[in-house]
Design a protein around this ligand. Structure first.
Ligand SMILES: NC(=O)c1ccc[n+]([C@@H]2O[C@H](COP(=O)([O-])OP(=O)(O)OC[C@H]3O[C@@H](n4cnc5c(N)ncnc54)[C@H](O)[C@@H]3O)[C@@H](O)[C@H]2O)c1
Length: 355
């Protein structure tokens, strides 16, 4: 059993990772400003897991803290240290995530993502905590001319302020690793397109605060919160003209973080960047068709111009992650579509989903 700090632990990917960590018997300290989430995801996890394991309530601690607030973060770490003595690893999700929004709000994105990460690293260093897994993104790559799958050393040239913040944080982490004799262990996980929800239907993405991502938009149309799905770009050089992406089930992605910490624990010092995707591409039209078939519904669509940063094909070469980690993605696009819709159906019935 180990002690994990999870920044952004109440968010979409963070809460699924807290769920997996708690299921595996670890202690979890979730730090979140709740800017884009509430405690509900974490409460739902506890209500579900305590049916099987009475210790779970004692293994989850939640701290409200904006990681940009260095003094508060320091106090939070102090309080965590006095309770848990040892922090084995930090999994760092806290950040803003909407590529399109970042084009109009670059200062907010640089401040929250980069400044927040600097504060976190400073406080980690003070408290002798040197193991971190960071949420990076496929948005760091230049996929403009990419008609092949993207490997970790493919061209980097983010097209949006969001992508630039992710690349700069990776560089910051690399500088931190290289600049000292200290034994930092760092994994940058470059996610492709996480979608779906917990198969139990207890946690999922907040579809009203998920930016312009395709899957929450499909869920909105399927459940009557929006009339039509906007498809950005139908004249890409792809099999059906729509963009091809590498969708990965959020639970598989969550498990990759635990596998990454296990991997880092084999070393005294390590710095690694890994693509986390399935290696399989699915077009927007294919995704919509699969969603309609497995959920027996109709998604009306409207075709729009492609946006800045939209590339025809963004698919991971995930060989390095498969080779280095004791991990592989297990769930299919059908699973992602079923689980995503199940989360909405269960929670809108219980009136927990609010616009
Ligand atoms: N969802 C995706 O498609 C995707 C893809 C690639 C990378 N990522 C990255 O993964 C991470 C998690 O994404 P997500 O989809 O779960 O997003 P999310 O918005 O659901 O979760 C982020 C969490 O961080 C919290 N947060 C934001 N700024 C904070 C701050 N300064 N201090 C403390 N908490 C803060 C939010 O309240 C939220 O709970 C983000 O860093 C995102 O950029 C996401």
């Amino acid at each position: 059993m180990a002690n994990f700090i999870v920044t952004g632990g109440a968010g979409f990917i963070g809460s699924h990772t807290c769920f997996s960590l708690l299921q595996k018997g670890h202690k979890v300290i979730a730090i979140d400003s709740f800017f884009n989430s509430s405690k509900n995801n974490l409460r739902n996890i506890i209500s579900y897991l305590k049916k099987y394991d009475k210790t779970v309530e004692t293994r989850l601690n939640i701290f409200k803290c904006d990681i940009k607030n260095e003094n508060k973060l320091r106090k939070t770490f102090k309080s965590i240290k006095s309770t848990f003595l040892n922090i084995d690893a930090v999994i760092h999700f806290a950040g803003f995530k909407d590529s399109n929004e970042s084009i109009n709000k670059p200062l907010d994105y640089w401040d929250n993502n980069v400044n927040g990460s600097i504060k976190l690293l400073k406080v980690m260093k003070e408290f002798g905590c040197r193991t971190i897994v960071f949420s990076s993104s496929a948005a760091i790559y230049d996929a403009s001319y990419c008609n092949d799958i993207i490997s970790e050393d493919s061209e980097k040239n983010p097209k949006t302020p969001y992508g630039r913040t992710k690349l700069v944080i990776e560089e910051l982490l690399q500088n931190t690793y290289e600049s000292s004799e200290e034994n930092w262990r760092i994994a940058n996980l470059r996610y492709f397109n996480p979608i779906g929800a917990s198969p139990e239907g207890i946690i999922g993405e907040d579809i009203f605060h998920s930016g312009s991502n395709i899957f929450p938009a499909i869920l909105k149309v399927a459940n009557g919160y929006k009339s039509k799905l906007s498809i950005y770009g139908t004249d890409f050089n792809t099999k059906d003209g729509t963009g091809i992406r590498d969708y990965i089930h959020v639970k598989d992605l969550a498990d990759a973080h635990i596998a990454a910490v296990d991997y880092l624990n084999n070393f005294k010092r390590e710095f690694v960047c890994l693509n986390i995707g399935t290696g399989k591409g699915t077009s927007v039209i294919e995704l919509v068709n699969i969603f309609e078939n497995v959920n027996n519904c109709k998604i009306k669509t409207k075709n729009l111009e492609k946006r800045i940063g939209d590339f025809p094909i963004v698919v991971a070469n995930n060989k390095k992650a498969l080779d280095l980690l004791d991990w592989e993605p297990k769930r299919t696009i059908k699973d992602m579509c079923l689980d995503g819709q199940k989360w909405i159906l269960i929670n809108s019935k219980a009136n927990k989903i609010k616009k």
